[in-house]
Design a protein around this ligand. Structure first.
Ligand code: MEV
Length: 445
């Protein structure tokens, strides 16, 4: 066991050439199988410069990992038309977004508004001594924290952003000796992670150095121990709201569905997600289908967004729905409120050609505009999911889209695809029904 484990270890991997890395992987984990090498290499881009750009985004790159990049057109947001770029592998997400966009296009479109844009970072430190003395020290050192970060903040300040405030927070009730510098930032069109982290590391350095020379501290108190300095991905004050509304009577396109009944059922479905965490997680997952796809297509950090959004969904002590719905004076309202820390400058935005293209498609938005578009994509996705779930059920639409995946698994020809897609327009598509239909079709030949 130990020998196998050792034989699969390697040192100096990061320094090997790409080709040697692949040789090592294929020899060690694929028993020298050339097919593995072929799969890895077939995803290389033929444009050497473009491939090198991707190679250098991360370490130890051996190939590229494709995701489909789709577009959901017909989004009317604050009276402006958008075709929204979406990078996602899940069948039916882009189709659902497009359907919801078209539906609301005829009903006034989406309204979106950024409620706040503040981001947060913290220096976590240990201090053992008198809190009053620590607080007095903090007050004297606070202007120095701003001063010391001037070289980092001056450009951001010129554009209207920067450090908003720094607070000292006593966390010693949760953990003995634990305190924080809790800072708030405005980073404008940048997601701001590097800016915030650089400021925080400077705060920590200045704070510790100044403490060593603070006469009112005892020798023990002088020795502030910095644990870490890092931004928080929980951004409850970087909030965006998106909404749709229309008279209840305009809610259904299908004459067989009573609009009032539909609205009531829809609102109950949302309420269930508000009160029941098991449902809320799936409900919000559907919202994130739309959100992550746009976040990814525009080169933003979807892990940061995911972490922050789910923390926000639990802010009242129980995981709950991110969307809400009501009827007021015969008008149906459906809305979302979510925290989104996004950037349209910095990071991948000017580096990755497809990200640049996605941003151009969105009229080169500011971070605030992008927050609105992303929130709308989440709301649209949730509308589409709830509409299917409360009427036909989700599988009808899902399986229609998944049909192509099954046909591809069976290497169906274009002619077979056409016949079977036509067939499943009037038949229920389940995995076994599709497999059976393929066999039947082929046995007739
Ligand atoms: C599937 O990816 C997403 C849904 O499950 C969302 C939902 O249930 O609301 C359809």
């Amino acid at each position: 066991m130990n020998i196998i484990y050792m034989s699969k270890s390697v040192s100096g991997f990061s320094k090997m050439s790409k080709s040697n890395k692949i040789d090592w992987i294929v020899a060690t984990y694929f028993n020298h199988n050339e097919d593995a090498k072929h799969i890895i290499k077939q995803y290389w881009n033929t444009n050497i410069k473009l491939q090198q750009l991707h190679d250098e985004f991360i370490e130890n790159t051996i190939t590229n990992y494709y995701l489909p990049f789709g577009v959901a057109p017909n989004f009317l947001i604050n009276d402006k038309m958008y075709a929204i770029p979406m990078a996602i592998e899940e069948s039916s997400v882009v189709a659902a977004a497009s359907k919801a966009a078209k539906f609301w296009l005829d009903r006034g479109g989406f309204k979106a508004e950024v409620l706040s844009t503040t981001k947060i970072g913290q220096v976590h430190f240990m201090f053992h001594g008198n809190f009053k003395t620590l607080y007095a020290f903090f007050k004297t050192v606070k202007p120095k924290l701003f001063e010391a970060t001037q070289p980092i903040t001056k450009n951001m300040e010129k554009r209207g952003g920067g450090i908003i405030d720094i607070e000292l927070r006593d966390k010693s009730e949760s953990m003995d000796g634990y305190f924080q510098l809790h800072a708030t930032f405005e980073t404008l069109d940048a997601m701001g992670a590097n800016f915030i982290n650089s400021c925080l590391e400077q705060f920590a350095k200045t704070f510790r150095e100044e403490a060593l020379n603070y006469d009112d501290f005892s020798e023990k108190e002088k020795n502030i121990e910095i644990i870490m300095s890092i931004l928080s991905n929980y951004v409850p004050d970087c909030l965006v709201r998106a909404e749709v509304s229309c008279p209840v009577n305009d809610l259904t396109e299908n004459p067989d569905i009573n609009p009032e009944e539909f609205a009531k059922k829809f609102i109950q479905a949302v309420k269930i997600a508000e009160v029941e965490p098991f449902r809320a997680v799936t409900h919000n997952k559907g919202i994130m289908n739309g959100i992550d796809a746009v976040v990814l297509a525009t080169g933003n950090d979807f892990r940061a967004v995911e972490a922050g959004v789910h923390a926000y969904a639990s802010r009242n002590g129980r995981y709950s729905s991110l969307t809400h719905a009501k009827i007021e004076n015969d008008i149906f309202y459906f809305w979302i409120e979510i925290p989104l820390a996004l950037g349209t400058v910095g990071g991948l935005t000017s580096l990755h050609p497809l990200v640049k293209l996605a941003l151009e498609l969105l009229h080169n938005p500011s971070a605030k505009e992008l927050m609105q578009v992303v929130a709308v994509a989440g709301l649209a996705q949730n509308f589409a999911a709830l509409r299917s779930l409360t009427t036909t059920g989700i599988q009808e639409g899902h399986m229609k889209m998944h049909l192509m995946n099954i046909l591809n698994q069976f290497e169906a020809t274009n002619e077979e695809k056409k016949t079977l897609i036509d067939y499943f327009k009037t038949h229920t598509a389940t995995h076994s029904a599709v497999v059976e239909a393929i066999h039947n079709l082929r046995s007739k030949k």
